[in-house]
Structures are given as structure tokens and as C-alpha cells.
Design a protein around this ligand. Structure first.
Ligand code: PEP
Length: 258
């Protein structure tokens, strides 16, 4: 049984004190729900403060990005070692906003993925098609290209630490959620690709999150799909009540029913 994982991507929102307040509220509501893994991903400047709040809870700290080198003359970048230093366990890699606005490619995603693993961070690798690609029936081809690009040199031993977030770009921040069938179809495709890459046993261990306008209202049906093991949540993760309801939906769909 895969342990469900719900991550909050706060994006470029919340000053340090606002981040502290939100983390305190989320910790109070679901800070000891061990059956679901909860990850909060604040901006770099709040990692340390939020990490201190989460330290005595079951909630993990995650970053929204990293640079692959451990240190050096890379002005403005943050290394995996620095993320570990402030208590991060997870890091989001290849989010579509980074691919769209900051020129990230399958190649940079691969380098970041490998660096995260090398330095003891668990990567949440984001993949997903644009609306144009979906309408041109290219969804599976895009997913295949992104998976192959990120995981070319990855081994089955790496797979155990990996989380993949399927995030259709047309659903991110738009209020247009994929239907549960669309999400399951894409997740089943990803799982099948992982079976081909490694094995059925390894693929069965890898957690696949759905991301794209997940809310307290649609979380239960999305999470009810066989291959949806959790959610990567943007907008709704900025409200403690909404985020907690999504975590509860994961808990109920994946553990109570099990
Ligand atoms: C995200 O940022 O990964 C995301 C899915 O955002 P939203 O939930 O706001 O669509």
C-alpha cells in the first residue's frame, strides 16, 4: 500500500510571519496524521522559520526548486546541501511555471533530479501537457518525453525515493480540474511507463500525485482513483481549512477504505 502524499506548493506567496502562521494552523489540524505524508513547500526565505514549526510534527518541509551544484559561483541559486541544512526532505522539480517562465527543460530537470537524490532530498518531479498538446492528442507523447528525459540515468534504487506529480498545465491555477477519469488515465499511463522502465514491483511503490486546481470539493473523487496517490496543491494550500480538507480526503480515500 502506497502512503498517500499531499504537498502544498505555496509558490511566491506569504512573508515569513504569514508562513509561520499558516504552518502553525496546518500543524494543529493534521500535524500528527501519520497515515498521510504532508509536505509544505514555502518560499526559500521562509524555509528555516517554517521548518522550526514543523520540527516536532509529522509534516515534512520541502523546497520549490534547487540548483544542481553543491556550492560555488552561481549567483541567486540555492543548492541541495543548503536545503538539507534548513531541514528540507523534499524538493519540487520541473514545475510547469519553472519550465514556462524560467526556461527549465527535460535536461535541467534530469540534472536537478539527480542532484536531489545524490544529496539526500526526495524529488517531486512535475510533468504534464499543455492544453494545445492535449487537444492535439499528444498527452501521452509529452508525458513519455518528460519521463524519459528526467529518468534516463535513474536506477530502480532511486525510484523508491521518487514522487511524480502529474500536473496538466491547463489545470494549474485555472480552476479547471482534470476529471477523475482524465487523471486516472494519465496516472495509469505513467505507472505503465514506470513498469517498462524498471519493474512492476518498483512501479507499484512510486507515488503519483495529481496537481491542478485541487480543492476541498474535488479532492475526494480525485483521490479515489486507483493510481492517484495524493495531490500537489497550489492555491488551496494557502488556506489551512481547505488544505486540511484535502489531506483528510487523501486519508479517507486511501487508508479508511483500505
Ligand atoms: C501547483 O502549483 O502545482 C498547482 C497545482 O497549483 P493550483 O493547485 O493552484 O492549480
Amino acid at each position: 500500500m502506497r502512503r498517500p502524499i499531499v504537498a502544498g506548493n505555496w509558490k511566491m506567496n506569504l512573508a515569513v510571519q504569514e508562513g509561520r502562521d499558516l504552518a502553525e494552523k496546518i500543524k494543529a489540524s493534521c500535524g500528527n496524521w501519520n497515515a498521510v505524508e504532508v509536505v509544505l513547500c514555502p518560499v526559500y526565505t521562509s524555509l528555516s522559520a517554517v521548518g522550526q514549526i514543523l520540527a516536532d510534527s509529522s509534516i515534512s518541509l520541502g523546497a520549490q526548486n534547487l540548483f544542481w551544484e553543491p556550492s560555488g559561483a552561481y549567483t541567486g541559486e540555492v543548492s541541495p546541501l543548503m536545503l538539507r541544512d534548513v531541514g528540507c526532505r523534499y524538493v519540487i522539480i520541473g514545475h510547469s511555471e519553472r519550465r514556462t517562465y524560467f526556461g527549465e527543460t527535460d535536461e535541467t530537470v534530469k540534472r536537478k533530479f539527480q542532484s536531489a537524490l545524490k544529496h539526500g532530498l526526495k524529488p517531486i518531479v512535475c510533468i504534464g501537457e499543455t492544453l494545445k498538446e492535449r487537444e492535439a492528442n499528444q498527452t501521452f507523447a509529452v508525458l513519455e518525453r518528460q519521463l524519459a528525459g528526467a529518468f534516463t540515468d535513474a536506477s530502480a534504487a532511486d525510484a523508491d525515493k521518487l514522487v511524480i506529480a502529474y500536473e496538466p498545465v491547463w489545470a494549474i491555477g485555472t480552476g479547471k480540474t482534470a476529471t477523475p477519469d482524465q487523471a486516472q488515465e494519465a496516472h495509469a499511463f505513467i505507472r505503465k511507463w514506470l513498469v517498462g522502465k524498471w519493474s512492476a514491483e518498483t512501479a507499484a511503490k512510486i507515488r503519483l500525485q495529481y496537481g491542478g486546481s485541487v480543492t476541498a470539493d474535488n479532492a475526494a473523487t480525485l483521490m479515489g482513483q486507483t493510481d492517484v496517490d495524493g495531490a500537489l496543491v497550489g492555491g488551496a494550500s494557502l488556506k489551512a481549512d481547505a488544505f486540511t480538507a484535502i489531506v483528510r480526503a487523501a486519508l479517507e480515500a486511501k487508508t479508511v477504505a483500505a
